[in-house]
Design a protein around this ligand. Structure first.
Ligand code: HEC
Length: 235
């Protein structure tokens, strides 16, 4: 288990005017109420389960941890979202109830929408993942997906990876480093000039990415390598 030492801070404003109650349809409530915060590891990934370590932490790290906003130094409102313990200690998650969780409210609406402009809002898929993770008990869970690096495609593998780990900083009207990482054109550009692979492998001469974050798993790095080696195809 890697030491997930990213600290991220989220401003959770009081959403007094927030009226968009969301009806949560959760057909996968795992009624194991043993949520003592200890890491739960599944040896295989259940496609109906949202995993904190695999799915949620990358979103929080990418979309909340940028310097000067919600990193652990700025610590706005003292709310930290960079580790499971910090998320739960911050009181922004009510396990089982997204509508009572400030975290979920803040990412889904209201005038104090997080992340704030010029950052782009979380995608609908990311919002759904956070909602479902809370519905499923907000567990400190992880699944070992082995490393299936067969059938690597841009749309099915690379873009989702970028969305999880990179677009929090590299999108919007002022993307970090002046580099947007949001579509085939801009991802293939940094793939072809060597910066994509150099940055995610923390190679000398490149800024290590995700910035201030946990390095991508060997499996994810392998997928990027395979996609580049196959010619950065738009498939
Ligand atoms: C927390 C914010 C953040 C995240 C997340 C992030 N980046 Fe960056 N990135 C930056 C900043 C800021 C820069 C500008 C250079 C610097 O400050 O190091 C940058 C620069 C880069 C560069 C240029 C590096 C160079 O040496 O010229 C590349 C390529 C890059 N990022 C790719 C990525 C990829 C790929 C991901 C996801 C795996 C990612 N970034 C995630 C903030 C981030």
């Amino acid at each position: 288990m890697k030491n997930l030492n990213l600290l991220a801070i989220f401003i959770i404003a009081v959403l007094a005017s927030c009226t968009n109650e969301v009806e949560v349809v959760d057909n996968n409530v795992n009624n194991n109420n043993n949520n003592n915060g200890n890491l739960i590891t599944d040896t295989a990934c259940n496609p109906n389960t949202v995993y904190f370590v695999n799915d949620i932490l990358p979103i929080l790290s990418s979309s909340c941890a940028y310097s000067g906003c919600h990193d652990n130094i700025t610590a706005t409102h003292g709310i930290k979202l960079g580790s499971y313990a910090d998320v739960m200690a911050s009181g922004v998650v009510s396990a089982g109830s997204p509508s009572n969780s400030n975290l979920y409210q803040a990412i889904t609406g209201g005038e104090d929408m997080m992340p704030p402009s010029p950052k782009t809002p979380l995608t609908a898929f990311q919002q759904t993942q956070i909602r479902d993770w809370i519905s499923q008990g907000a567990k400190n869970n992880f699944c070992d997906d082995g490393c299936d690096s067969s059938n690597v495609t841009f749309s099915g593998t690379i873009l989702p990876l970028m969305n999880s780990y990179c677009t929090g900083c590299h999108s919007g009207s002022a993307p970090s480093g002046g580099i947007a990482i949001t579509n085939y054109t801009n991802v293939s550009a940094i793939a072809q000039n060597g910066k994509l692979y150099g940055s995610i492998t923390h190679s000398a001469g490149f800024s290590a990415m995700p910035k201030n974050g946990t390095k991508l798993s060997d499996c994810n790095i392998a997928k990027v390598r395979i996609w580049i080696a196959a010619g950065t195809v738009n498939n």
